[in-house]
Design a protein around this ligand. Structure first.
Ligand code: ZN
Length: 241
């Protein structure tokens, strides 16, 4: 286990898509270990679980206060208003309705083009602030089948953004090929139980925005697809840890 600061040999600058959830928090810790300067970006797209936007602020404050070595590379945070896009791409994540499976097998929490839009906005900011590496928590291992989480989509987008902005972007997805249990293991590797505890207590995953029900894996309704994945991963990791 290593809990020290970002490697003294770390160079370069990265922008992390940081929603305040488990996956993006692990990605942030990962980036802080590998880059000399790390900034964060989050999006308000009218999500029902907008409580995650409050979680991200609290998480950044705690990272700075409780993990000073890890947070040494942590720079500015940017919260971007994309509610206009959220209204265009409405889904069960942005409307007060129950989550259902669609006929094509995707849950209707799918927000069409979400990662394409987020990464395009992130690239525009990265262009302006000299952050050519974009880090996201997309994962195609135990995901819900969202097509914009696939590495193929992101490879094509990386090329389109680089060509379209005349700057070489790299989209890094450290969680792409690992499952939720391995994500908990990676959090432990990056910051020990202190980081795992921070993730349990302060990250938000639940699609319904529930924060008043507490489980050993964190807060949430316990039954939405996001809670089920998080809980299952926790149980598998705890069994093997
Ligand atoms: Zn939930």
């Amino acid at each position: 286990m290593s809990t020290g600061s970002s490697s003294s040999s770390a160079t370069g600058a990265a922008l992390v898509l940081f929603s305040g959830g488990q996956d993006s928090t692990v990605c942030l810790a990962w980036a802080l270990r590998h880059y000399a300067r790390v900034e964060t970006i989050g999006f308000d797209y009218g999500q029902n679980h907008s409580v995650e936007l409050a979680c991200r602020t609290a998480l950044l404050e705690k990272l700075r206060a409780e993990f000073p070595a890890l947070a040494a590379a942590l720079g500015e945070d940017h919260c971007v208003d994309l509610r206009g896009y959220g209204a265009l791409a409405e889904s069960s994540l942005t409307r007060p309705r129950a989550i259902r499976m669609r006929e094509d097998g995707l849950p209707d929490t799918f927000v069409p083009g979400r990662n394409v839009m987020f990464l395009t906005a992130a690239a525009a900011l990265g262009y302006r602030r000299g952050l050519p590496v974009l880090v996201g928590g997309m994962c195609e291992t135990d995901y819900s089948g969202y097509p914009d989480c696939r590495r193929d989509t992101l490879d094509a987008l990386q090329k389109a953004l680089s060509l379209g902005m005349g700057m070489d972007f790299e989209i890094l997805t450290p969680l792409m090929h690992i499952d939720k249990a391995a994500t908990w293991a990676l959090a432990f590797e990056l910051g020990g139980m202190a980081l795992v505890d921070l993730i349990v207590e302060d990250t938000h995953t639940c699609y319904r925005g529930v924060r008043d029900q507490t489980h050993d894996w964190g807060k949430g309704c316990g039954t939405c697809p996001a809670c089920v994945l998080r809980a299952r991963g926790w149980q598998v990791w705890k069994k093997g840890a």
